[in-house]
Design a protein around this ligand. Structure first.
Ligand SMILES: *[C@@H]1O[C@H](CO)[C@@H](O)[C@H](O)[C@H]1NC(C)=O
Ligand SMILES: *[C@@H]1O[C@H](CO)[C@@H](O)[C@H](O)[C@H]1NC(C)=O
Ligand SMILES: *[C@@H]1O[C@H](CO)[C@@H](O)[C@H](O)[C@H]1NC(C)=O
Length: 431
């Protein structure tokens, strides 16, 4: 008999206060250690769904062959790997060994969301006495695992001439092991309020923020809401909406090389790659039925995007990484993660098909750009329209998942940005 995740939840929810199906997670009022422990019955059931998946009937003549989505060869390879080689128990053990995880519940006094927010987060403290608290915010289709490779470089940097950090990396509600919001109205601003409440709960009254993708939007809301606490930010996803003058200049062929590259990149993303986002920001529940029923189909949905925004010179994602990253949604079900996009539209981060206008950030901001990501080439003058951007670091290699795929280059940016005490404002931590 196959047990559906919902049924498992229904049968265990009354016996414990677990808010996540498939794990025995609890969310007390102050941080307690957490280890991932997904129910073996759920993993079994997921494997049967992968085994019983049904491939689409192929259509030939596609140019290029992956222009409709991941090829049938990729489907077959991922399915075979997942069934024959992938080990969830080994994966779970490795994550638990490498990352010190906690759960808690926060209630932000500033919140307009009328429910307590249960959070899962990673927290590693640096041994250095002068370490700066750093909030690391992941994005889509990532998770808290994005911090896994960079975290030790930040807590234990190679020498005392670069700064060290106490790193806090929460799961955005609906992602990883932070349960999805139970009510509409929880978007990037509320996530920023929750993460601020988390930092205060951990005793960090002043801190810096690093983020990309959705994390790059949350940090803008959070910085704007808490100017006395968020000292400085480093974003690897700082997107500014071109205005009517820019678009007219582009049409007339009067834009600089960087401006043109930035607008072409945005246009290409919107026209060719944004399908996932439009579905998620319009009918996330309709998509959630499909995604819940087919973990393999959902893994291919995220792999499609994941494979397009990494620098091939740094290698793509391995099959095991694709499975694990997708499970960071599938274990609780991807609905809440999809739905964040709808809230981002409601809050103005996205406007129609394009980029919107998140709040202006007055604190010093560092921006870092890589060629296989959106935002590459955007001139510093444009970046400054949405914030007090003091430095833009432009890399010749790398892509979207900088912390995970371009780890040393992002660590170097973190060192040089927050290490410049005057420019970034981190002098306040050393008084
Ligand atoms: C998983 O499935 C196998 C074979 O179908 C079965 O023998 C085993 O008892 C199942 N384990 C759980 C935890 O359901
Ligand atoms: C300290 O480490 C940084 C970052 O790796 C490096 O750039 C710098 O040269 C090192 N400084 C010394 C004195 O070793
Ligand atoms: C677009 O932004 C530029 C630079 O900030 C400004 O000079 C221009 O007036 C803006 N155009 C519109 C239509 O707002």
């Amino acid at each position: 008999m196959l047990l559906s995740p919902l049924l498992l939840w229904a049968t265990t929810a009354s016996a414990s206060i677990s808010l996540l199906p498939n794990t025995d997670a609890t969310f007390p009022s102050s941080p307690q250690p957490f280890t991932i422990s997904v129910s073996p019955a759920f993993i079994n059931e997921t494997l049967s769904r992968v085994a019983n998946s049904r491939p689409p009937i192929p259509i030939t003549g596609l140019s290029p062959p992956n222009s409709d989505g991941p090829t049938l060869a990729k489907y077959a390879a991922l399915r075979k790997y997942w069934l024959n080689e992938y080990s969830w128990p080994a994966t779970e053990e490795a994550i638990n060994r490498v990352l010190h995880q906690f759960t808690t519940t926060v209630h932000s006094p500033d919140s307009s969301y009328p429910h307590p927010v249960p959070l899962h987060f990673v927290h590693h403290r640096s041994p250095r006495a002068d370490a700066i608290p750093l909030l690391f915010i992941h994005g889509w289709p990532g998770s808290f695992l994005e911090v896994s490779k960079i975290i030790t470089l930040l807590t234990n940097p190679p020498n005392a001439s670069v700064p060290a950090f106490h790193v806090v990396a929460p799961s955005i509600p609906g992602y990883g092991f932070s349960p999805a919001p139970v009510h509409a109205g929880y978007g990037p601003l509320e996530a920023g309020r929750s993460f601020h409440a988390l930092m205060l709960q951990l005793g960090y009254g002043k801190y810096v923020v690093q983020g990309g993708d959705i994390g790059g939007f949350i940090l803008r809301h959070q910085a704007a809401a808490y100017p006395a606490s968020v000292v400085s930010a480093l974003s690897n996803f700082w997107l500014v909406r071109p205005n009517a003058t820019d678009l007219a200049g582009w049409a007339a062929g009067e834009t600089s090389e960087g401006e043109a590259a930035y607008m072409q990149g945005l246009e290409r993303y919107i026209v060719e790659r944004s399908g996932y986002r439009f579905v998620q920001q319009t009918v996330p529940l309709a998509l959630a039925y499909l995604a819940n029923d087919s973990p393999l189909g959902f893994a291919l949905w995220v792999w499609n995007l994941m494979s397009e925004i990494v620098d091939p010179r740094h290698g793509g994602f391995g099959l095991g990484e694709v499975v694990t990253w997708s499970l960071m949604y599938s274990i609780q079900g991807p609905y809440g993660g999809f739905r964040m996009y709808k809230e981002m539209v409601a809050e103005g981060d996205f406007a129609d098909v394009g980029i919107g206008r998140p709040p202006f950030v007055v604190q010093p901001v560092g921006v870092t750009q890589r060629p296989y990501d959106l935002g590459f080439g955007m001139p510093v003058e444009w970046a400054r329209r949405d914030g007090n951007v003091k430095a833009v670091y432009v890399h010749e290699v790398g892509g979207h998942f900088a912390a995970y795929k371009d780890t040393e280059s992002l660590a170097d940016d973190v060192y040089r940005w927050f290490g410049d005490r005057e420019l970034s404002g981190t002098a306040v931590f050393h008084q």
